[in-house]
Design a protein around this ligand. Structure first.
Ligand code: HAM
Length: 445
């Protein structure tokens, strides 16, 4: 569920032979129309919902000082240790492409000190050097929110509800929400000591990597997907048994709030997530319709020490990130969120030299009406075929006779193909009057 990464094998690097067609790097992808319509609709709806809850859009740089991620996410996390696109720029500075959105938002908060509570939403590419497979990419995209400046548990509920509401709006039904608390520094310290003692005892049974590394970051073992570690983790101490009074009360209030809002969830004491900044509330949404290795469609939590870690004043914070590609895979798996391509209000068929089509589409678009035309002096037959495919309810035909008479022939492309002659001067308002019926769609999802 949490993001995990098998050991990265070295990929074969093929030198460019200077001739063959070039392709997008493995683990990246182009989003073409009409698939991109789903992205537009999804981002638009997320923005609408976030803004209703007081979040404002924040746009951060795609790359940052690599130290930000090392200090913020943790130098012992897989994301930083194995997956970060880190390089020296031409000036010799160590920079990294952002592997996620939270550290940059918190860095921006520390840098600009906006009034709190500061509520930011974002949509961003994120770069992780992972072994590409379905649902796991080297460049993926996240929708996210972050709130800085309060540790009120009701805010945790609000943040979780925002993600849950988006999944519901999409029509997803098979979503599991796991919730946990990582405790504060004090209770986590006690827990990590107990976990370490347990892992010492079971050292020999751990997977090869964690047998070597469990001391550096024992919590990572809880997140390990390999069977030997999973077996050891079964009997490991649970963080929920180590929470102090305040942290336990915080978790109880969050769960109560989720219940009050009708958000089904389960307590998962082994949910530690792959980034080291979490304190107290952590949560993860999994799409049960996807295979379990890549079924996390969103996750987040509190990071009450992160602002301080990147050099700011102690400031609590919480947020989540939703992987857009994975979310859309889950929609496909459940057969929901098909977004039809909008049809234009009219298709202009020009049987003269194209100038009439040039001018008429400009006028229609200027009036806010979708208008398409053919190019390259296509034959009437080809133009009508294109008009049909466009999904437009009407073809506006301009031939020599119409041109001479100052009219346009409006031919309905559905329902019997009736046509009428419309004065050229009133054709835009005629289309506007008929555009209500332009709800049909053209090719694609
Ligand atoms: P994360 O769990 O690492 O958290 O990523 C968030 C989401 O991004 C995942 O649930 C998944 O949907 C998607 N994702 C992650 N890695 C990949 C990948 N390689 N390919 C495709 N999708 C992926 C974070 O990034 C935190 N910044 C979330 C957060 C915000 N915590 C607090 N505030």
């Amino acid at each position: 569920m949490a993001e995990h990464h098998q050991d990265e094998g070295t990929e074969r690097v093929r030198p460019d032979d200077g001739r063959g067609p070039l392709q997008a790097p493995a683990g990246t992808h182009d989003v073409l129309w009409p698939e991109s319509l789903r992205w537009e609709r999804l981002v638009g709806e997320f923005a609408r919902r976030a803004e209703l809850a007081g979040f404002g859009l924040v746009i951060n740089p795609m790359f940052e000082d690599a130290a930000l991620f090392r200090r913020g996410i943790g130098g012992e996390s897989d994301v930083v240790r194995k997956e970060m696109y880190e390089f020296a720029d031409r000036g010799g500075r160590s920079v990294a492409l952002r592997p996620e959105g939270t550290a940059s938002i918190v860095r921006a908060f520390v840098q600009h000190r906006p009034p709190v509570p500061w509520k930011a939403w974002y949509v961003t590419p994120a770069f992780r050097y992972e072994r590409p497979q379905a649902g796991r990419y080297k460049q993926h995209h996240q929708l996210g929110v972050e709130v800085l400046g309060t540790d009120d548990p009701d805010l945790d509920v609000e943040v979780i509800a925002l993600a849950a509401g988006l999944y519901r709006w999409l029509g997803l039904r098979q979503v599991d929400l796991a919730v946990n608390s990582m405790g504060c520094g004090a209770c986590r310290g006690a827990y990590v000591a107990a976990l370490l003692a347990y892992l010492e005892e079971h050292r020999a049974e751990l997977c090869d990597e964690h047998r070597q590394r469990y001391r550096a970051n024992p919590l990572r073992v809880l997140d390990c997907k390999r069977p030997p570690c999973r077996a050891v983790v079964e009997g490991a101490p649970r963080i929920t048994d180590y929470l102090d009074e305040d942290c336990a009360a915080h978790l109880a209030r969050v769960r109560q709030g989720l219940d009050a809002l009708g958000i089904a969830h389960r307590l998962e004491p082994r949910l530690v997530r792959g980034l080291d900044y979490y304190t107290r509330t952590t949560f993860e949404f999994a799409a049960l319709s996807l295979s379990s290795a890549q079924n996390a469609i969103g996750g987040g939590g509190r990071y009450d020490g992160l602002a301080e870690a990147v050099g700011g004043p102690p400031t609590p914070g919480i947020g989540f990130g939703i992987g857009i590609e994975r979310l859309l895979l889950a929609c496909d798996a459940e057969g929901v969120f098909a977004v039809p391509a909008p049809a234009p209000a009219a298709f202009v068929v020009d049987l003269t030299d194209g100038a009439a089509a040039r001018d008429l589409v400009a006028e229609l678009r200027g009036a806010g009406l979708g208008a398409l035309r053919a190019y390259d002096g296509r034959s009437p037959k080809a133009q009508f075929r294109q008009a049909d495919r466009s999904g437009a309810p009407v073809a506006l035909v301009v031939g020599p006779e119409e041109l001479a008479g100052g009219t346009v022939t409006a031919r309905l492309l559905r329902a019997g193909g009736e046509q009428e002659s419309v004065p050229r001067a009133s054709v835009v308002s005629w289309v506007a009057g008929h555009a209500g019926g332009a709800g049909e769609t053209r090719g694609g999802t």
